[in-house]
Design a protein around this ligand. Structure first.
Ligand SMILES: Nc1nc2c(c(=O)[nH]1)N[C@H]1C(S)=C(S)[C@@H](COP(=O)(O)O)O[C@H]1N2
Ligand SMILES: [Mo]
Length: 311
């Protein structure tokens, strides 16, 4: 499938700058400079095999995207993850896979990543708090990872858990939310072409504060579906409870599709503040798009569903 820019407005930026960058990523120049951040994933990240070019937009600066974060395991403030996440040890990372699949057990992330086809994808990310960013992520299709584990027909949903280790994640010493952080997707959402397992951003290994060594990016859903530092995956037959739904079910649902027509009980979802460029925090609001603008690729997943009820 070829992706097209679906967001042709004032934010579409000079395509040649994007092409230059992409060329750098292709040749490995951008990727190579930073390999020391996580030696265990270094070899694979040097050369993303393919770059699906779409959503050529004004990207958020790397600085904003890596210093204005939500990652409660390292504090509730937006600046805290960047300050505190260095205590997370991402080397020799393993993932525990269980449930309805032929391959279950403990898997070495490095070995898995080597078998996946890495791509750079520029995706819009929209938080329920009404700010959004445009970020070049590096990753591979969740569909490819799922196929690797060979789920059975009983697997209707996929469930994810973040690492639970208060010594590495000091925020887990406080009871701000029930730990570990949890997320889930219906299997067809998980298999969708857009759903990305992310291991890097801006041509580099993913920084800890953005969810190293692997996190989810589901671009048509609110940011909280993008679970960080994934440690456990389970193939399940029932819809799992995700963290925010468990905490406040009247405010956050399972689907969490970006929807300007469904207000959050405490605020409107109609507009967002796009964080791009300098003085970005003073930018005016832009209209939020249904499915974050990715409707052409995902609207069919919800055919016939009442999106006000299944929010
Ligand atoms: N484990 C974990 N994953 C998480 C969160 C979190 O607190 N813990 N916050 C979520 C929310 S609300 C958002 S908006 C995104 C933010 O991702 P970013 O910091 O890379 O922009 O991560 C999501 N994933
Ligand atoms: Mo969020």
């Amino acid at each position: 499938m070829k992706f097209k820019n679906t967001h042709k407005d004032h934010e579409v930026t000079d395509e040649s700058i994007y092409r230059q960058r992409r060329q750098l990523v292709k040749t490995g120049i951008i990727g190579m400079g930073t390999l020391a951040i996580n030696p265990s994933l270094a070899l694979t990240l040097g050369q993303p095999q393919k770059n699906t070019s779409f959503n050529i937009e004004d990207t958020t600066s790397e600085k904003d995207a890596t210093t204005y974060n939500n990652f409660y395991e390292f504090g509730l403030g937006k600046d805290e993850p960047a300050e505190n996440a260095h205590t997370l040890a991402t080397n020799s990372w393993t993932i525990e896979v269980s449930g309805h699949a032929k391959k279950t057990g403990i898997f070495d992330l490095e070995k898995i990543v080597k078998q996946m086809s890495l791509e750079e994808r520029i995706y819009r990310m929209r938080c329920v708090e009404a700010w959004s960013m445009v970020i070049p992520w590096l990753g591979f299709k969740l569909a490819d990872l799922i196929k690797y584990f060979e789920p059975t027909s009983q697997a209707k949903y996929i469930y994810f858990e973040t690492l639970y280790d208060p010594t590495q994640m000091p925020g887990q010493k406080s009871r701000s939310i029930p730990w570990p952080y949890r997320e889930g997707l219906r299997m067809d959402e998980a298999m969708n072409e857009l759903t990305l397992v992310t291991v890097g951003m801006y041509g580099k290994i993913l920084p800890n504060q953005n969810g190293a060594p692997l996190r989810l990016i589901v671009p048509w859903k609110y940011g909280f579906k993008g679970i960080k530092s994934i440690k456990k995956i389970a193939f399940v037959d029932k819809q799992p409870l995700n963290s925010w739904q468990a905490i406040a079910p009247q405010e956050y649902g399972f689907f969490a599709n970006v929807n300007p027509n469904v207000d959050h009980p405490r605020w409107s979802q109609k507009t967002e503040r796009r964080i791009t460029g300098s003085f970005s925090f003073f930018r005016s609001r832009i209209d939020t798009q249904l499915f974050n603008g990715y409707g052409a690729y995902v609207a069919d997943l919800y055919h016939g569903m009442n999106l006000t009820k299944y929010y």
